[in-house]
Unconditional design. Structure first.
Length: 301
């Protein structure tokens, strides 16, 4: 083995609930873990492939998932029975899925999020420090640069899309004791720039549009995660580019590269850099450091 294994956990029995007449909610665990999230993605991928009549939408989340269905076509108990069968059949030690590793350039400590955070210092735990300075200090890093190196270091899994349309939540693919953790603002901001890189708990979030927010602000990406008009080449199939199960590799850039990418986005020629690969939960659990290195090599070879 090349590094520390991810400690596996035994999930409790899933909790199945009705959501009105046309939704079923399934909770796999009360807290986020790789086991719970990977199981949610595996089950929702399989239920999509079954192409059930009456199934309208499948929404995986961090440790749960939600199904929208037509009760005139399929009964909720019939759907739940199929979900219970999948839960028994799917073993992460044997499961793999086809996904993408995506390059996400980030201008850390950018002028736009910096200006925003300084307007809302009274909402913050430490009004005398920037969000990056505060986050670096409480996580034991000696400098902001070392902290941003850590954030941009290991790849991050897209665990769900939500809260606002197109917002990806990502979870760094490292053992629990290596996770960066920060609280949200004491009081949320009424403004956050679009494409801001925020962090709350152990999750990175990319704000797709300008709006309110409470996550610590680390930087800004020049790339879009939401294109409602679907003008950019990567958005022809969906107005949201990141999908649950994708892996993002944040990459530190300077202002010059940021501006060059924005120019390409504005003239409609920008395309994401990404590579397709088969994700193996078992290989990741066994040796996350080596597996992450292999993923990065796939992306940048």
């Amino acid at each position: 083995m090349g590094g520390t294994q991810i400690q596996r956990i035994e999930l409790p029995s899933p909790r199945y609930e009705y959501g009105g007449d046309d939704h079923v909610f399934v909770e796999l665990d009360q807290e986020m873990s790789f086991d719970a999230n990977f199981k949610a993605m595996a089950i929702t991928q399989q239920i999509r492939e079954m192409d059930l009549s009456g199934l309208i939408e499948v929404c995986p989340a961090n440790a749960s998932y939600l199904l929208h269905f037509d009760p005139d076509v399929i009964e909720p108990d019939t759907l739940i029975a199929k979900l219970k069968e999948l839960d028994r059949e799917i073993h992460l030690s044997e499961y793999e899925w086809e996904t993408r590793i995506i390059d996400v350039p980030v201008l850390y400590d950018d002028p736009w999020t910096h200006e925003t955070m300084m307007r809302f210092r009274d909402n913050h735990q430490d009004p005398s420090a920037t969000d990056l300075e505060y986050s670096a200090r409480i996580n034991g890093y000696e400098s902001v640069e070392a902290f941003t190196d850590a954030h941009a270091g290991a790849p991050q899994m897209v665990t769900m899309i939500g809260f606002v349309p197109g917002l990806p939540w990502t979870f760094q693919m490292v053992p629990r004791d290596e996770q960066i953790e920060v609280p949200k603002y004491v009081q949320p901001r009424t403004d956050t720039p679009s494409r801001a890189i925020g962090y709350g708990g152990a999750f990175t979030a990319i704000y797709p549009v300008q709006g309110a927010g409470g996550y610590q602000l680390f930087g800004r990406t020049p790339v879009e995660v939401l294109d409602v008009a679907q003008d950019l080449p990567d958005f022809t199939e969906s107005m949201v580019f990141p999908q649950p199960g994708d892996v993002m590799k944040f990459r530190k850039i300077d202002r010059g590269e940021y501006d060059r990418i924005r120019t390409r986005i504005e003239d409609g020629t920008f395309e994401y850099r990404y590579e397709e690969f088969t994700f193996s939960p078992e290989s990741f659990f066994e040796d996350p450091e080596t597996y992450n290195e292999e993923l990065v090599e796939v992306l940048y070879e």
